[in-house]
Write a protein that binds this ligand. Structure first.
Ligand code: PMP
Length: 430
């Protein structure tokens, strides 16, 4: 709800941050406090957070707040001094990965992590080519703008970036699963051939294990194995971008790639890692670190600072002690069932998507085409009911629901009951 004070703030924002700095929703929300899964506006209205994965263990989680404050009040030094906290955090973080992934570079953001992962991959393989999906986002540096396919960038896409389409069993037009897999893998072969013919070779595939921006596709069995096998056969490495899929988001797993049963060569981390305190990282093998860092001096002044590492340690402790992986898996099953019930009530226009605490509905029109207008009506309808969600996908027609992991079953019930009501109302208006 806009008010005179939020209007004035918006004008001041335009005058300073500019009119292009994106905001969610038709009427921007102005929060002034938050706790757990709830945010409160300047006027005292409360909103249920069904969207944010930065406050993974809850907004203003007291354990994180206290850990950061205590560390900031004790010492917080440049990463080029010895400190206990960063090493303890590195040990604890690496323990959540496959044992082959035994080194970490700390960064401040997902973009820094992906940018560094590309440098490492290119140095290790001696190749330049990178494969991404044809609707993806991995960050905002120059190198990442070159490979952005999922939002507006003015940078031209160089010919060392190859793009592939991720197959989705939910929208296969009746094709058999094996045919869908085969076609998609043939496209991978063609892209690798092109990169090789152009003399770039293949350095890496960079992908988000939940394919969020792409719209949470349901993959054909064996597709990922076939994809990664082709990448590796061509000499490329595998970079799993865990910025959205990671830290318990997909249910019983620490990391999204673990839910796929794969081990990447590099995993890039961001958003939820510090629960709002800037913290990201690149987890990899010593072999890749040696190849890169023996010839490149990489340091990151703030990355994994004692304060950031204190936040990271507190987040890991919260996930462990509150058993949030099991919670995410358990609620994920409840949500899957409920979403399917909603989809069954609207078989023509709704398809249930997602897994764990990353879920949504693909919305279609009567001709079974993506319906971004309906998706927008639902997102705006939800926010009018004080629940935050968003939308994703190449056609912008897939509801994106990705609450903090600490959401309760009652809150999930409120979210989904409201979603049903808002969807019915939006359909009645259509
Ligand atoms: N990778 C993915 C999958 C993302 O969703 C994002 C941000 N939305 C990034 C990387 C970039 O992270 P950051 O904004 O922290 O640089």
């Amino acid at each position: 709800m806009t008010t005179p004070s939020s209007d004035a703030l918006l004008q001041r924002r335009y005058q300073t941050l500019g009119e292009y700095s994106p905001l969610f929703y038709d009427e921007p929300l102005h929060f002034t406090s938050a706790q757990g899964t709830w945010l409160t506006t300047a006027e005292g209205d409360r909103y249920l957070d069904g969207y944010n994965n930065v406050p993974q263990v809850g907004h203003c989680n007291p354990r994180i707040v206290e850990a950061v404050a205590a560390q900031m009040g004790t010492y917080n030094v440049h990463s080029r001094y010895l400190n206990d906290v960063s090493v303890e955090y590195a040990e604890e973080l690496l323990a959540t990965f496959d044992e082959s992934l035994d080194r970490v570079y700390f960064t401040n953001s997902g973009s820094e992590a992906n940018d560094l992962a590309l440098r490492i991959a290119r140095k290790f393989t001696g190749n330049r080519g990178v494969i991404v999906t044809d609707f993806s986002y991995h960050g905002n540096t120059t190198a990442l703008a070159e490979l952005t396919t999922g939002l507006a960038v003015s940078e031209a896409r160089p010919d060392y970036i190859g793009t592939i389409t991720i197959p989705d069993l939910d929208f296969a037009d009746g094709a058999a699963e094996s045919d869908l897999r085969q076609q998609a893998l043939e496209q991978v072969d063609a892209v690798i051939e092109e990169l090789e013919a152009a003399g770039h070779g293949l350095a890496a595939i960079l992908f988000d294990p939940v394919f969020s921006t792409e719209g949470l596709p349901r993959l054909p069995e064996g597709y990922i194995d076939g994809l990664l096998q082709r990448v590796r056969a061509a000499g490329g490495v595998v970079i799993a971008d865990e910025v959205q899929a990671g830290l318990g988001r997909l249910g019983a797993y620490w990391w999204g790639h673990q839910s796929m049963g794969i081990v990447p060569d590099l995993a890039t981390l961001g958003k939820p890692l510090g629960n709002g305190f800037p913290l990201g990282g690149v987890v990899t093998r010593a072999e890749l670190m040696d190849s890169f860092s023996s010839e490149n001096m990489y340091f990151n002044t703030f990355g994994g600072s004692p304060a950031a590492s204190a936040a990271g340690r507190a987040v890991l402790a919260e996930v462990r002690e509150r058993d949030l992986l099991a919670h995410s898996a358990k609620l994920g099953e409840v949500i899957k069932r409920r979403l399917q019930e909603i989809a069954n009530r609207h078989p023509e226009i709704a398809v249930a998507k997602g897994t764990g605490l990353f879920f949504g509905l693909a919305l279609l029109d009567a001709e079974k085409n993506p319906d971004p207008h309906l998706a927008k009506a639902v997102v705006e309808g939800m926010v009018r009911q004080n629940i935050l969600i968003s939308k994703i996908g190449p056609a912008d027609n897939i509801l994106k629901i990705r609450p903090p992991l600490v959401i309760t079953e009652e809150e999930v019930d409120l979210l989904l009951t409201t979603l049903e009501r808002v969807l019915d109302a939006a359909l009645a208006q259509d």
